[in-house]
Design a protein around this ligand. Structure first.
Ligand code: SF4
Length: 457
């Protein structure tokens, strides 16, 4: 089966209207072999240009064909903001990457999933203007082809069962989309749940999904009902999260009224217990915040820089002290920003969509390494990096737009812009994604407990 987010078919390329076209900005296009061979046979002026404007580039011992960029622009991008190849030969003549972008294919067991990458401003606009919960739905479009250069490939032996992982992912997404709670609370529950599951995986437990295991045979046809169909066991105990480094008797379930402890059948007592536990956590200190900020920055600096926009942003982040610390007795800029009602509603929705996007996209990797918690930590780490960039942008805007109403200091365009730049930098290089995963194995700021403290600011 194939699945896509329910807004997938609404996507339409903006073409010449696009402000940050993927034909500009130094994108290196890997022309697939089949298209490259076709280009060699095209006659006339376009054929001559195609042969003249492509070159072979060697990277890590592999040679690939690409277009020669002029001032970071594709040579076939014309004055109308359109593509000369498509205009002359039709969409079919485009190489796979140009034809598919911003669609991205992720194999997941026997299924194939597609998503719209958020480095495209229109794909980002579609997601961030959506009020409904993001849901995966069956898709009838063209099939993923083995060797398709714009698709992730699977990586060998599966260590987890795809149907178990699917159920786990649906539950994780349901936690993220539980709108009775604030997004911070939802992310904490998501991390708690994944940590619990990881402990089971590490202990070699075969029953990872509990009572919904029986529905695994019916899974494909039900996948689209993700949020309604994947309840956590009513007695799921979040207190495990607070053992170890965050441990404190204050988090003990004994502090919850007896009648709530007795009612294990309903969800509400679990939520109440959870709320009480998180409420009692010691607040994160300014010193910790500074350490976490420096660590995040050090990790971002290990990536290969893919564009000038990112370099500029990174330099600003480096010059800035994080802006998250107390100024005397006043609230720190981060806390002011997080409590600013003009942007907090937007953030609740946008962070939900982002976390679901990261979960859909990166959880399938756990099939091959069994590291489910690592994927959840990766997702929340990316969100914390985005929060730094959001805050930096908000502070800059509050200076530059100080004559305008405060609600204009953080807008939908700002959201699309920061996510677009960040996504391109991180997700359009396997090397950069791997570099972050690698760094997070050793960095304190990427552990679930530390992430919870960062989320709670
Ligand atoms: S970035 Fe998206 S909307 Fe803009 S030209 Fe590329 S595919 Fe079209």
């Amino acid at each position: 089966m194939r699945y896509v987010p329910d807004h997938y078919d609404l996507f339409e390329c903006l073409g010449g209207e696009c402000e940050h076209s993927c034909c500009l900005g130094g994108w290196e296009v890997d022309i697939d072999e089949e298209t490259y061979r076709k280009y060699q046979e095209i006659k006339g002026n376009l054929g001559d240009r195609l042969r003249h404007e492509t070159e072979d580039v060697e990277e890590d011992g592999e040679v690939f064909h690409t277009f020669r960029l002029r001032h970071d622009t594709c040579p076939f991008f014309n004055e109308e903001g359109l593509c000369d190849i498509q205009k002359s030969e039709g969409e079919k003549a485009l190489c796979t990457i140009c034809r598919e972008f911003p669609r991205y294919t992720i194999p997941f067991g026997r299924d194939e999933e597609r998503t719209l990458t958020l480095s495209c401003e229109e794909a980002a606009r579609l997601l961030f203007t959506k009020q409904d919960k993001d849901t995966m739905v069956p898709y009838e479009g063209p099939e993923y082809e083995e060797g398709d250069s714009f698709a992730e490939t699977d990586e060998g032996e599966e260590l987890l069962s795809p149907s178990d992982l699917e159920i786990i992912r649906r539950r994780a997404i349901a936690l993220l989309q539980d709108r009775w709670l604030t997004i911070d609370e939802r992310i904490i529950r998501y991390l708690a749940y994944c940590r619990e599951l990881q402990a089971k995986i590490n202990a070699g437990e075969s029953d990872l999904t509990g009572e919904v295991r029986a529905d695994r045979e019916e899974l494909p046809s039900e996948k689209q009902e993700a949020e309604a169909d994947a309840p956590l066991p009513a007695d799921f105990d979040f207190s495990g999260l607070f053992s170890g480094s965050l441990g404190s008797s204050a988090f003990d379930t004994a502090s919850v009224p007896e009648e709530e402890q007795e009612n294990d059948e309903a969800e509400a007592p679990t939520l109440l217990r959870f709320r009480e536990m998180t409420f009692d956590m010691a607040p994160v200190t300014e010193e910790e915040m500074k350490t976490y900020y420096d660590e995040r920055l050090a990790i971002l600096e290990t990536m290969e820089v893919l564009g000038e926009e990112w370099q500029t942003l990174l330099d600003q982040l480096k010059r800035w002290d994080g802006g998250i610390f107390h100024e005397g007795k006043r609230l720190s800029p981060l806390r002011r920003f997080m409590r600013d009602k003009t942007c907090s509603l937007e953030r609740e929705m946008a962070w939900e969509h982002l976390m679901v996007y990261y979960t859909v996209r990166y959880f399938p990797r756990a099939l091959y390494d069994g590291d489910l918690l690592g994927k959840a930590e990766f997702a929340v780490f990316l969100l914390m990096c985005l929060r730094d960039i959001e805050l930096l942008t908000y502070l800059k805007n509050s200076e530059e737009r100080k004559d305008r109403p405060a609600k204009e200091w953080w807008t939908l365009s700002d959201r699309i812009e920061v996510v677009r730049i960040f996504t391109r930098q991180v997700e359009h290089s396997d090397g950069n994604v791997e570099a972050i995963f690698e760094e997070l194995l050793f960095a304190d700021c990427g552990r679930a407990e530390a992430l919870i403290r960062q989320v709670r600011h």
